[in-house]
Design a binder for this molecule. Structure first.
Ligand code: NAD
Length: 495
């Protein structure tokens, strides 16, 4: 444990600063109940200054006009420094979010790969040429950085999600203003130190710490911001779509999910049960990709649920700082109460709790934890089957036919991810084609790669991040129409 609370500061125009009014926000660790960081609490003053710095840095070309090779070199250095700082970042991530230290190490250290991949893309931005438009015309389509990008991130994977956005925006030549969640500000602030060491020019990335209002809302409405990329709840995503509409900014949204895994009787059921257990308890279910509902064939439902319940008993819940812990704390007391509310409502509506369903008291750490929970007897209309619970809670639905399974999987306002388990390639392929989801996994869950675009259909979001598609989101398209001959006939008749 660190000796003292980390002091997280804004990073504006290359300088670390406190808020002009001196305001700070304490973060109490969800697992340990002590103040682990104090973050400057930003106001409009700091937000305006950060946007001004990003605008100036973009307009004078100190970053956007650099050769992509030079931009890539900075991003590669950032990746190396992230790896060198992995432990420091991971400890802070765990203390602020409550997630297990092994997972934080994977996320923070692993994020270096996102930076390296984005660096490799920096040199690939290119457009098209058209040499068939007539004898004297050459058409060229070029890609340009879109401009100043506001990046707003949530608390559940603070450093990872930041790294799904920022290096790709920087690789494209954009300048940025970043706002992390007020609950997990510190690793983003620490990244500021890494950016300085890596040689990123001042003003290219600015970080403002603080609340959705006023900081986030100004970042989505300010005239000098060209694009907003947001990860968070669908409710706030909808607000941002509206608020940014006044200035017609480009908006990319990564929002919630209610992700199904469909299990057919011919699947490798041992593997499927393990992946379902992982999919629902990873990050205590506080995960946009949580497989919070399974749709299992009725012939195997009893045995399959029994298997998942048995595995649930073996998952190590507890102290996030212990290296063997697999599942840590719930992010806030309020959120724990919300999870518990879903369970109580489901029980009143006739659902049956197979395991869990209660707050979990971890000796020496208190009760900001929740038991691994499996709920059966759920009908598709219940809130627990439709809404994002964002806790370690699995709901079970059953099906008889393939068509029923697809209909249940798609019966959601969300469309982030889905999974199918079967040894029959035709079953898997047909499911993949019919699933309304931005990612479909077959016989696995939550494997991700920097190369593969990530994002949601329906109310899970718009736009894509990571991969080539994610990089392209930060590029604007410009067509150059160049007359290269002397054949243009005058429009105005002068004689
Ligand atoms: P949230 O929407 O409450 O907050 C996200 C961020 O938005 C925070 O930084 C917050 O301060 C800021 N914010 C709040 N109000 C704002 C406003 N009016 N204008 C601008 N910014 C504002 O979400 P959360 O509780 O931090 O995160 C959990 C949610 O994020 C879940 O719904 C989860 O599914 C979603 N999520 C999605 C993905 C994905 O990639 N699809 C990944 C992780 C989390």
């Amino acid at each position: 444990m660190p000796d003292a609370a980390y002091q997280a500061r804004h990073f504006i125009n290359g300088v670390f600063v406190d808020s002009a009014d001196g305001q700070k926000l304490d973060r109490v660790s969800p697992s340990h109940g002590i103040v682990v960081s104090q973050a400057a609490l930003g106001s409009e003053t700091e937000t305006q200054a950060a946007i001004k710095a990003a605008r100036a840095a973009f307009d004078d070309g100190r970053w956007s006009s650099l050769a992509a090779k030079e931009r890539a070199a900075v991003l590669y250095r950032v990746a190396d420094l992230i790896e060198q700082n992995e432990e420091r970042l991971a400890v802070m991530e765990t203390l602020e979010s409550g997630k297990p230290i092994s997972q934080s190490r994977g996320e923070c250290g692993g994020a270096a790969d996102l930076w390296r991949y984005a660096a490799s893309l920096a040199r690939t931005a290119h457009g098209d040429s058209h040499n068939t438009l007539g004898a004297d015309i050459l058409g060229v389509v070029v890609k340009e950085p879109i401009g100043v990008v506001s990046i707003i991130t949530p608390w559940n994977f603070p450093f990872w999600i930041l790294s799904q956005k920022l290096p790709f925006a920087l690789a494209a030549g954009c300048t940025c203003v970043v706002k992390p969640s007020e609950m997990t500000p510190s690793t983003t602030s620490m990244l500021g130190e890494i950016l300085v060491e890596a040689g990123l020019p001042a003003g290219v990335c600015n970080i403002v710490l603080g609340l959705g209002t006023p900081v986030g809302s100004l970042m989505t409405t300010h005239d000098d911001v060209d694009m907003v990329t947001f990860t968070g709840s669908t409710a706030v995503g909808k607000m941002i779509t509206k608020s940014s509409g006044e200035t017609l900014k480009k908006v990319a949204l990564e929002l919630g999910g209610k992700n199904p895994q469909v299990i057919f009787p011919d699947a490798d059921l041992e593997n499927a049960a393990d992946a379902v257990t992982f999919g629902v308890y990873f990050n205590v279910g506080q995960c946009c990709n949580s497989s919070s509902r399974i749709i299992v064939h009725e012939d195997i439902a009893d045995a399959f649920v029994e298997r998942v319940v048995a595995l649930s008993r073996k998952v190590v819940f507890g102290n996030p700082m212990h290296p063997d812990t697999q599942v840590g704390a719930i992010v806030t007391e309020d959120h724990k109460a919300k999870i518990d509310g879903y369970i109580k409502d489901a029980i009143s509506a006739g659902a049956e709790i197979c395991i869990g369903g209660q707050v979990l008291d971890v000796p020496g750490l208190g009760d900001q934890f929740y038991q691994p929970t499996v709920v059966r007897g759920v009908t598709p209309d219940m809130a627990i089957a439709r809404e994002e619970v964002f806790g370690p809670v699995l709901t079970v639905l059953t099906f008889k036919t393939f068509d029923q399974a697809v209909a249940l999987a798609n019966d959601s306002t969300y469309g982030l991810s889905a999974g199918v388990w079967s040894e029959n390639v035709h079953t898997c392929l047909e499911f993949c084609r019919r699933a309304q989801a931005g990612t479909v996994w077959t016989n696995t869950w939550m494997d991700g790669f920097p190369e593969l675009a990530f994002g949601g259909m329906k109310q899970s979001g718009q736009g894509r991040e990571i991969g080539r598609y994610g990089f392209e989101e930060f590029l604007e398209v410009k067509s150059l129409v160049m007359r290269i001959g002397r054949t243009r006939a005058p429009w105005v008749k002068t004689d």
